[in-house]
Design a binder for this molecule. Structure first.
Ligand code: SAH
Length: 253
């Protein structure tokens, strides 16, 4: 049931999507004006008709809709990379995760969704402006109950004593290795997302000193080839996102 204040994704006949917050106000589109209050009390999947007679379907937005529409600060982690992080680190409902840096909060939102209402994400962010963006985006996604954006430098240390996983998207993940040894539970993962090969190399060189505490590293790069879907032809899109980052997984023994 849709209630006042809920976020709703409206889809028009062209497939254009609008993320709106339901209120008794109006919403203007080039296909006419919608009275959003008409959605209150209806079920998701219902339609709303503009003053020009155009129909919009109203569905419940998911985290991808939220991330697509939210304010961006630094470059966000792509869903293909967030997906493999959640899958390979075995991130589960109820997990406590230390993250850094929060950046725009996109990965934070994927993680918050995966750990569920009983999980916890503490996300360090060194820049005040980025922390502010991340905090607002987490709130926009409805995950403030389980996420804390903490202004601070994770290289200096981790305040928490225990974590199931540590997920890093920052320039020098090797600086977090000594803290990870203290904080990670046996079986938990340290995951480092880094765009450059030399960052992976530097991380693995530093890792050598800590290898007694971890299972052997696994480094992956995820290539995703999306298909173009037309009525008469389904084929790979001409261009492809060639590179985002390398993802290194190390598991605490
Ligand atoms: N994964 C994020 C983007 C992170 S961008 C997303 O999906 O939205 C990298 C962030 O790390 C930047 O905001 C930067 O300010 C922060 N950062 C860099 N070094 C840091 C450190 N030592 N401690 C905490 N945050 C750091």
């Amino acid at each position: 049931m849709i209630t006042d204040g809920d976020k709703v994704l409206l889809v028009d006949r062209r497939g254009k999507r609008y993320l709106v917050t339901v209120s008794d106000g109006e919403f203007h589109t080039d296909l006419g004006i919608l009275r959003l209050g008409e959605l209150i009390g209806k079920s998701y999947g219902t339609s709303i008709v503009s003053h020009k007679g155009e129909e919009f379907r109203a569905i419940k937005p998911d985290i991808n809709d939220i991330i697509a529409k939210m304010k961006r600060g630094p470059q966000i982690v792509h869903p293909k990379d967030a997906g493999i992080i959640v899958a390979y680190a075995g991130i589960s409902p109820g997990n406590t995760i230390i993250e850094a840096g929060a950046g725009s909060g996109a990965l934070t939102i994927f993680l918050a969704n995966a750990v569920g209402p009983n999980g916890r994400i503490i996300s360090y962010e060194i820049r005040e402006d980025h922390a502010e963006i991340a905090k607002n985006n987490v709130e926009f996604a409805g995950f403030s109950d389980r996420v804390e954006i903490r202004l601070g430098d994770i290289y200096e240390g981790i305040e928490e004593e225990h974590a199931d996983h540590i997920i890093l998207d920052l320039p020098r993940p090797e600086n977090v290795l000594p803290h990870a040894v203290e904080v990670l539970r046996p079986g938990g993962y340290l995951v480092a997302y880094t765009p450059c090969a030399n960052q992976v190399h530097r991380f693995l060189q530093a890792f050598h000193e800590y290898r007694a505490h971890f299972y052997k590293p696994r480094v992956v790069e995820v290539l995703m080839r999306e298909q173009e879907v037309k009525k008469e032809c389904i084929r790979p899109k001409t261009t492809m996102l060639a590179h985002t980052g390398y993802i290194t997984f190390i598991r605490r023994l």
